[in-house]
Write a new protein. Structure first.
Ligand code: BGC
Length: 421
């Protein structure tokens, strides 16, 4: 398996510019690396820091963030630091391939299996999630929350004004009928902010799942369905049709600016993981009043997991502080403070549901009943090289709208990842 991230001089430069929060009392420090910089993300991260400060006061927290949704800008910076022997104490990672293939295989992480035992996490975190972070019997990260990737968000008032009713699920036909209606009323139906291409890849990922279903999803990743299967082509065509309804300034916007376009009624829908919820919450908008949501068309029976974990660096400069940080991340209190702001749900099954509003309760119910599938766009389902190839193929597709080229690129990428493993 190859790592494609370039170790550029720019990456080193960015790595030197981390802002510092808090005060150094007694010289204790902790460096936390993440890409949580949007309004909702930063607020949620701050709630984690506050929980940590309660547990371990007087530690100076070095908040090492690198802006860019989905971590596409942060990961190259992190790679440069890890390869250069200058790791942060802990960094944000998705479980699955990203954690195990990029960081554990390269020997950058210390196992934290003993913390799972001492904190009793093995009893309250679903085994399926722990398995995604475990290799040869050792577990390498603690999750703070689980996002649902396949959510279609909408501006309630805009839809009401245009006589559009969204039920508890939508089909692609229903979505396109609504989009046509909105378009003829002069409203941009779909907000996309793909200045980071991953956001458009995510629209494709959600549409692919809505077309092949959760069984098809599993088949694609275990090699039982080919990437040029007619259903994948059909998904590409449906995705292409959706792009016909997107905002013309999509490539100039970030994902959260696209969410803002929905909040402000400039666009009606956006298909985005439920970190979008964090933006609505930060703007003090109300669940089911100002904004609504439904699973992305065709995906109501499935839940794309996009989970956020933190690691313990091998050779962490502040190991004790980092262990305390990880214990905070896995605690009930921290998860109940962080997730309402972030949009994700706690990984702990003993979290108090009454502390969460309508959106989170919807997501928790779906997590318990829908089929859980990993995300490619967020590094869980496939090696980094395949994730990158998908982003490249989507960059091309946005321009040429050629479903054959897209599926051929994916066939080729799947072949290359197999031989590279
Ligand atoms: C992360 C989320 C984050 C989103 C947008 C995803 O990869 O898992 O925590 O909010 O990217 O930046």
């Amino acid at each position: 398996m190859k790592l494609r991230f370039p170790l550029t001089a720019l990456a080193f430069l960015l790595a030197a510019q981390f802002p510092v929060t808090g005060f150094a009392a007694g010289g204790k420090k902790l460096e936390v690396f993440s890409w949580w910089t949007s309004g909702g993300e930063a607020a949620a991260l701050d709630a984690l820091f506050q929980a940590y400060r309660k547990a371990d006061p007087g530690v100076e927290i070095i908040n090492a963030t690198v802006a860019g949704g989905g971590g596409s800008a942060a990961r190259p910076v992190l790679q440069a630091r890890l390869a250069g022997g200058n790791p942060p104490d802990t960094w944000q990672s998705h479980p699955g391939w990203e954690l195990l293939g990029q960081y554990v295989a390269a020997n950058y992480c210390e196992p934290i299996t003993d913390i799972y035992q001492s904190e009793g996490w093995d009893k309250v975190v679903p085994k399926g999630l722990i398995d995604l972070m475990t290799k040869d019997g050792q577990t390498y990260a603690v999750l703070v929350g689980v996002h649902r990737g396949n959510v279609l968000w909408y501006n309630k008032k805009v839809l009401q004004k245009n006589g559009i009713n969204v039920g508890d699920k939508v089909t692609f036909d229903e979505f396109f009928a609504a989009a046509e209606k909105l378009k003829s009323a002069g409203v941009t139906p779909l907000a996309v902010g793909d200045s980071g291409i991953w956001a458009s890849s995510q629209l494709f990922e959600n549409t692919l799942l809505g077309t092949v279903g959760p069984q098809g999803w599993t088949a694609l990743f275990n090699g039982k369905m080919a990437w040029d299967d007619p259903k994948v082509k059909q998904a590409a065509e449906t995705y292409g049709k959706m792009l016909g309804y997107q905002n013309s300034d999509h490539s100039a916007l970030t994902w959260d600016q696209a969410v803002k376009a929905v909040m402000e009624g400039r666009c009606a829908f956006t298909s985005m993981g439920d970190w979008a919820y964090g933006e609505f919450a930060k703007a003090k908008l109300k669940d089911n009043e100002d904004f609504g949501w439904v699973a992305h068309p065709g995906t109501d029976a499935a839940f794309i997991i996009v989970a956020d974990g933190f690691t313990l660096a091998k050779g962490a400069p502040h190991r004790d502080e980092c262990v305390a940080w990880l214990k905070t991340c896995g605690s009930k209190d921290a998860q109940e403070a962080f997730n309402p702001l972030k949009g994700s749900i706690p990984t702990r099954t003993d979290a108090d549901k009454s502390k969460f509003g309508p959106y989170h309760n919807w997501s928790m119910t779906a997590f318990g009943s829908a089929q859980l599938v990993p995300s490619v766009v967020h590094g869980e389902a496939a090696p980094a090289a395949f994730q990158q190839a998908l982003n490249d193929a989507i960059t091309t597709f946005v321009v040429d709208k050629n479903a054959n080229n897209l599926t051929q690129a994916l066939v080729q990428a799947a072949k290359e990842s197999e031989t590279a493993q």
